[in-house]
Design a protein around this ligand. Structure first.
Ligand code: 5GP
Ligand code: MG
Ligand code: MG
Length: 176
C-alpha cells in the first residue's frame, strides 16, 4: 500500500508484467520499422519511463522528440488539453511513433493528431503502455497497446497523482 497526498493506492501491475508488455511492443517496433528511421514522440511527463525503455530496446536508427500536453487535474481529466511544450524540430516526411503512458478518453491523442497533421509527417502510429477502452471516445487506432485496464486511476512507472508516484517501479491503483 502507498499513500500519496490524501489517497491510498494498492499494488496493481507488477514490474514483470510491465516489462513483458514493453518487450512485446519493442519487438513489434523492431520488426515494423526495420530499415526505417522512426521518430519517437514521447508525450511528457507520464511517458518518460516507457519512452526510455522503448529507446533502449529499439535496435535501429531512431530519433526522439518530446511534447508536453496537459489535461489532468488530480484524478480527473479536465477534457481541456493544452500544449505546454511544443515540437521544435521539423517532422515533415518523418515516420512518427507516439509514445504514451496511458490512453484514457483520447483527448490528448486528438490534440496530437492535429499537431502532427500540421507538421506534414509521413505517417504516425500510436504506442501506449496502458489503455482504458471503456473511457475511449476517439476513433484513432492504437497500433501498439501494452496493458488494457478498466476505469481505475493508476500511478507509478511515470504516472503521477498531483506530482507524486512517478518514481514507483510498478503500478498501483486507487484503493476504493
Ligand atoms: P486522455 O487525453 O486520453 O483522456 O488522457 C491521457 C492522459 O491523462 C494520459 O497521458 C495521462 O497523463 C493522464 N491519465 C489518464 N488516465 C490516468 C490514470 O489512470 N492515472 C494517471 N496518473 N494519469 C492518467
Ligand atoms: Mg500522457
Ligand atoms: Mg498526470
Amino acid at each position: 500500500m502507498v499513500k500519496l497526498h490524501d489517497l491510498v493506492f494498492e499494488p496493481y501491475v507488477s514490474e514483470e508484467e510491465i516489462n513483458e508488455a514493453i518487450n512485446k511492443i519493442a519487438d513489434k517496433l523492431n520488426a515494423d520499422y526495420k530499415d526505417e528511421r522512426p521518430v519517437f514522440l514521447s508525450v511528457l511527463n507520464g511517458s518518460f519511463m516507457f519512452s526510455s525503455e522503448i529507446m533502449k530496446k529499439y535496435k535501429g536508427e531512431c530519433d526522439i522528440q518530446f511534447v508536453k500536453l496537459g489535461s489532468y487535474k488530480g484524478t480527473e481529466s479536465t477534457g481541456d488539453v493544452k500544449t505546454l511544450i511544443g515540437l521544435t524540430k521539423s517532422l515533415a516526411g518523418k515516420k512518427v511513433v507516439i509514445l504514451e503512458d496511458i490512453v484514457d478518453t483520447g483527448g490528448t491523442l486528438k490534440e496530437l493528431d492535429q499537431i502532427l497533421n500540421e507538421k506534414n509527417v509521413a505517417d504516425y502510429k500510436v504506442a501506449t503502455l496502458f489503455h482504458k477502452p471503456s473511457m475511449y471516445r476517439e476513433k484513432f487506432k492504437l497500433d501498439y497497446t501494452g496493458i488494457e485496464i478498466p476505469n481505475e486511476f493508476i500511478v507509478g512507472y511515470g504516472l503521477d497523482y498531483d506530482g507524486l508516484g512517478r518514481n514507483l517501479t510498478s503500478v498501483y491503483k486507487r484503493k476504493s
